[in-house]
Every structure is written in C-alpha cells, then in structure tokens.
Design a protein around this ligand. Structure first.
Ligand SMILES: [Zn+2]
Length: 172
C-alpha cells in the first residue's frame, strides 16, 4: 500500500467497476447506518440493508489497525486523531454472501485487509481475482470519512488511561 494515501481509498481503488456489474449494483446500496463500536473503539459496526430482500440487513465491520498509534497522541485534537485512525490501515468484513462467493474475502485476506480470514481461492468464480469489496463495503467506505466527527467523541481524554465511553446520546 502506498504511503500518504488513506487506506480506505486504496481498498476502493481495488474495486473493479465492471466485474459482476459492481458499479451499477453499488448505487443500489442505501441507508447505510453506523450502529456502534466494539473492541474498545477499534472496530466500527455498520448495517447495510439488502438491496433484494426487504427487511434483511447485513452487518459490516471496519477495524482500525492504527488505533493504538493515534488514539493517545495528545499532540492532536480529537478530531485529528479520529481522522488519522480512519485514514490508517483497516480491515473489513461483510456478512453478505457476495463477499465470500466472489472471492473478495479471499483477496482481502491476501492483502491483510480481512477481519475474518479466508483461505479458499475463488478459482472458479473469480479466477482473475478482480475487485476487493462487495457493494456494501464499497458503499460504507465511501461514507466512512464522514464519521470522523462522531468518532472523535470516543477519543481518550488525557490521563483517562483508557478508551472514552460516551454514555448519553452515544452509539447504541
Ligand atoms: Zn456485502
């Protein structure tokens, strides 16, 4: 991965817009919602509604690998820390079938960008290993930088010795 480039942009740059009509399908992804944080604020959780089955929602996760590098860097304000973490190295996961079926999970595993590892190469369905993201993850990474302000509320205070827990009006 190139330096000085936000990692989520690198992953999105790996998307192949013509493979299984990805570019058309990603437009169908609507109503992405951040639902909370886990692993002491190192993982951001999203819900992405299925485009074909009403009521079905896929759970997605974005893991921020540079959390420990920036979260307690008090030379930056909270917003700058949140932006640095979001722009740092990430791993992704989507619970939809496409993520596994078309080989994205495997491809992401080979570039250390998969939260859950997949060792079975998509030799039949995607022999050229095109793409990096299902449409849900692509949609989420498009909006990910806009969550920096909200995420900044969870940056640690100096001397707090741990992750910030926002209770009132926090993420459910
Ligand atoms: Zn998906």
């Amino acid at each position: 991965m190139a330096l000085n480039e936000d990692n989520y942009k690198e992953l999105r740059a790996g998307v192949d817009p013509t493979f299984i009509h990805h570019a058309e399908h990603v437009k169908e992804v609507k109503d992405i919602r951040m639902t909370g944080l886990e692993n002491e604020n190192r993982v951001m959780k999203f819900d992405a509604p299925s485009c074909t089955t009403p009521g079905l929602v896929y759970h997605d996760r974005i893991e921020f690998l540079d959390y420990d590098k920036f979260a307690n860097d008090f030379s930056m304000n909270k917003q700058a820390r949140a932006r640095a973490i979001i722009g740092g190295e990430i791993r992704v996961h989507c619970a939809c079938k496409s993520f596994l079926y078309w080989g994205y999970k495997y491809i992401d595993t080979t570039i250390d960008a998969a939260i859950e590892k997949e060792g079975r190469a998509p030799d039949i369905r995607n022999p050229q290993r095109r793409g990096t993201l299902c449409k849900h993850l692509d949609g989420i990474l498009r909006v990910l930088p806009f969550y920096a302000a909200e995420y900044s509320r969870f940056m640690p205070d100096k001397g707090s010795g741990g992750p910030q827990v926002v209770r009132k009006g926090g993420l459910g």
